[in-house]
Design a protein around this ligand. Structure first.
Ligand code: UD1
Ligand code: CA
Length: 454
């Protein structure tokens, strides 16, 4: 389909969230509400242009939209949803085609629903098509009013509805398709003569209808998709639904999720076939995990790239890159900028930060490796620490291939250890060491006679 445009209304105040953060930036399933909606639209159909209407005080929203290169317009005063849509007119005027309008607070709508709505709208040559839903408790929603032949004639808001209209169970989802040829003129006719003194977008249906244009509504089959997030409680409901969807999607694609109830996987995470996710595990942001991995239990992996055949147990991994065959944990912490090359082991109570650990190297027990480059097949003995910080600045530690670092060694950076060096246990290394040396830097043991004790 050609000439499809999109507008997302997101300038509402979100007062019921009781938050300093704009509503559309609250996250469900690890992603801002607004980006669930933009992604839904983009997946549904190829659009010529997508514009988000943002409100005052939403510098944060603009910053976020800029980051993802989503276009926006600013609604200075919040005069209602019709006024919000009019604000986008400058970006869309003199265009022919169809416009999809969604709200920024409906993260559960699925792209197939939007695709089907647009198809129906175009096929029937409607001027406006509303996505509706038939729900048990329609309180608070705009009601779809049909005439005796079933033709949609208007939408009436809860506050303006008569007792009889309040009985209507078919509600407005806040999602619409409009023919751009007739939309702007109809929108300009909307007034604010209602109890809220707002310009209601929903009034456009009656206006188009009166002017002889074809207006229609199609009802959703899955009513949970319509849920709008207005409160923190609804935020939690939406989060739960999206996380269940994500787990089910992954399981359908060949990932084992042992206990979906305690597994929290963000919307944009990718996981390969035959990977097993054990309970109490959080996989967040843009993490990508390969095939045949075992992740968890009690593990967080955030914004990281994990290759195939990796095991991570009881550990915390953030902004790191892990190559295939690596073993992490139990109880390891990989901080941002860690790169573990193939077959590395980082184990019990070890921490790695902004460091590369080379092929086959081991950091098995109680170590801190920070601002370091560790070569291949290096053994880092238990309790080894890179002393990378002097209170003001950070310094680098370089350890070349096949070095053996004994237990409880301090490497005072900046320091360079050549290949095949052996560092004796308990050494504090302050000077660089060239290849193939044995280095001992500690007090010699002395043994004295014991004083007589009673
Ligand atoms: C709206 C619909 C209602 C529908 C419901 C579905 C109207 C008048 N009513 O009601 O029929 O059943 O959604 O959830 O549209 N917005 C702006 N600027 C404004 C006002 C609103 O951008 O000046 C945006 C809001 O951010 C929101 C959307 O428009 O995304 C809808 O506004 P909201 O106040 O949430 O309307 P509802 O009362 O939920
Ligand atoms: Ca709403």
């Amino acid at each position: 389909m050609d000439n499809i445009y999109g507008v997302i209304l997101g300038a509402g105040e979100g007062t019921r969230m009781k938050s300093c953060l704009p509503k559309v930036l609250h996250k469900v399933c690890g992603k801002e509400l607004i980006f669930h909606v933009t992604d839904c639209m983009k997946t549904a159909v190829k659009m010529q242009k997508l514009v988000v209407v943002v409100g005052s005080g939403s510098d944060l929203v603009i910053k976020c939209l800029d980051k993802y290169q989503v276009d926006y317009v600013f609604q200075k005063e919040r005069l209602g949803s019709a006024h919000a849509l009019l604000c986008a007119k400058d970006k869309l005027k003199n265009l022919n085609g169809q416009l999809i309008v969604m709200c920024g607070d409906t993260p559960l709508v699925q792209s197939k629903t939007i695709k089907d709505l647009l198809k129906y709208h175009v096929k029937n040559k409607n001027s406006a098509t509303v996505l509706s839903g038939i729900i048990k408790n329609p309180f608070g929603y705009g009601r779809i009013v049909r005439d005796t032949r079933g033709k949609v004639i208007c939408i009436v808001e809860e506050k303006s509805a008569t007792e009889q209209e309040k009985q209507i169970k078919e509600i407005n989802s806040g999602i619409y398709c409009f023919d751009l040829k007739v939309l702007w003129k109809a929108l300009s006719k909307v007034d604010n003569k209602n109890n809220k003194k707002e310009y209601y977008l929903t009034d456009v249906i009656a206006i188009l209808n009166k002017d002889g244009y074809k207006t229609d509504a199609v009802a959703l089959t899955n009513e949970e998709e319509i849920l709008g997030v207005n409160t923190r409680a609804q935020l939690a409901v939406a989060d739960k639904i999206l996380r269940d969807r994500k787990n089910n999607e992954l399981m359908a694609s060949g990932v084992t999720v042992i206990n979906p109830e305690t597994t929290y996987i963000d919307a944009d995470v990718v996981i390969g076939q035959d990977t097993i996710i054990k309970p109490n595990t959080y996989i967040e942001a843009n993490t990508k995990i390969g095939r045949n991995c075992i992740i968890g239990p009690d593990t967080t992996v955030k914004d990281s790239i994990i290759a195939d055949n990796v095991f991570i147990t009881n550990s915390y991994v953030e902004s790191s890159k892990i190559e295939k065959g690596v073993n992490v944990g139990p109880f390891a912490h990989l901080r941002p900028g860690s790169v573990l090359k193939e077959n590395v082991k980082v184990g019990n109570f070890s921490e790695v930060k902004k460091s590369v650990v080379g092929y086959g190297s081991k950091v098995n027990h109680l170590s801190y490796i920070g601002d370091a480059t560790v070569g291949k097949n290096v053994n880092i003995g238990a309790g080894t620490i890179t002393c990378n910080y002097d209170g003001k600045n950070k310094f680098q530690t370089i350890i070349k291939d096949d070095v053996f670092v004994g237990s409880n060694v301090n490497l005072v950076a900046p320091v360079h250890i050549g290949s095949k060096v052996l560092i004796a246990a308990g050494s504090t290394i302050t000077d660089s060491v060239s290849s193939n040396k044995l280095v001992i830097a500690r007090e010699r043991q002395i043994v004295k006679e014991r004083k007589r004790v009673k």
